[in-house]
Design a binder for this molecule. Structure first.
Ligand code: ASP
Length: 352
């Protein structure tokens, strides 16, 4: 057993589904990272729970009939609440996905993950995973022990998409509650509802009903091998801070970010990426000193437009377009591994 790798045995598959994975089924590697999907309550009707309590083996075995869809192997990469997701685990996970997909024995990867930062991890992976084999991420809003837990259904449908040849070349997909989304578009919209993931500007990539997959629109942004990013040889990412704009916003947090060594700042601006005049002036100064400043918006929908209300050309800023602040942060971290030229980085925000 390397890397904590385990193969679901014939006996286990029989015990779970009454079927062994037959030859010809897609071979899906499950990489588990924790989250509510692996969470446990003290009892099924309890309110609180602990993320990342169950291991990958237990998660897979809890899904009836999974062996009819695919031949599954599982591996534990981390077991955390995704609020604790960090650059180190991102790099480890991306490398494991690349290594797994490079293997002739793996047709696709399914990643279990907490929902809080799923939109960020998925966007990171879609930019740095170099294989065109399917990568699907799933989470759940209810812990594994809950009445009507949503995790097993999401894993089942996630495996169906990971085993669907039409998922090849689509980058990382995020699936919950019968909908799947392109990583670039998807955001978490509701703190507790099972219908929380949405692609607000564009709609989902498709729907799945008990393993039957329906595709909608194709994705038109560069991903995977078409990007200039790579995690090979990378052991850390540049520091990028997000600063939230509001009425009466001061320059204090911007100055603190620069002092603390941020190489980039993303502003979750009001409206079309706006902020107070003192904040703008502080960011203009930061940009002059070489910090890359990206204007995004705290609003859930719409684009942050270049040179609309703020003169980005004059300020030396980048406009985030369709990317929200957390996704802008991911792209800016990767962009800074290549360049700190705001013009080149602006081009990346249009391209990726
Ligand atoms: N806090 C949890 C996490 O992100 C929430 C979830 O998974 O739904 O890990």
């Amino acid at each position: 057993m390397t890397h904590g790798l385990l193969t679901i045995s014939l006996a286990t598959a029989l015990a779970v589904s009454g079927l062994a994975a037959a030859d010809g089924l897609p071979r899906i590697r499950v990489l588990a990272t924790g989250g509510t999907i692996a969470g446990a309550q003290a009892s099924a009707s309890d309110y609180g729970y602990k993320s990342g309590a169950y291991d990958v083996n237990t998660l897979i075995n809890a899904v009836p009939n999974l062996g009819k869809l695919a031949s599954i192997t599982g591996e534990q990469v981390a077991n955390i609440g995704s609020q604790d997701m960090n650059d180190e685990i991102w790099l480890k996970l991306a490398k494991r996905v690349n290594e797994s997909l490079a293997s002739a024995d793996v047709d696709g990867v399914l990643i279990t993950h907490g929902t809080d930062t799923l939109e960020e991890t998925s966007y990171f992976l879609t930019l740095v995973v170099k294989s065109d084999k399917p990568v699907v991420m799933v989470g759940s809003m209810r812990p594994a022990t809950a009445i009507s837990a949503d995790g097993p259904g999401n894993i089942y449908n996630g495996v169906a998409v990971a085993g669907d040849r039409r998922a090849k070349g689509k980058g990382t997909l995020v699936l919950l509650n019968d909908e799947f989304h392109y990583a670039r578009n998807v955001v978490k919209t509701d703190t507790t509802s099972v219908q929380t993931f949405a692609s607000l500007n564009r709609g989902p990539a498709g729907l799945v009903h008990t393993g039957t997959v329906e595709w909608f629109e194709p994705m038109n942004k560069k991903i995977g091998a078409a990007t200039e990013f790579s995690v090979d040889g990378l052991d850390k990412l540049p520091r990028v801070d997000i600063i939230y704009a509001h009425a009466n916003m001061s320059a204090d947090l911007i100055d603190a970010a620069v002092r603390n060594g941020a190489k980039g700042i993303v502003v979750a601006g009001v409206g079309d990426g706006n902020m107070t005049t003192p904040a703008l002036e502080a960011l203009k100064k930061a940009a002059k000193e070489g910090v890359v400043v990206v204007r995004s918006t705290r609003l859930p929908m719409g684009l942050t437009l270049r040179n609309n209300e703020v003169n980005d050309d004059e300020m030396g800023f980048v406009a985030s377009g369709e990317l929200n602040p957390p996704k802008s942060r991911v792209l800016l971290q990767l962009a800074l591994t290549r360049t700190s030229d705001p013009k080149r980085i602006q081009a990346m925000f249009y391209e990726y």
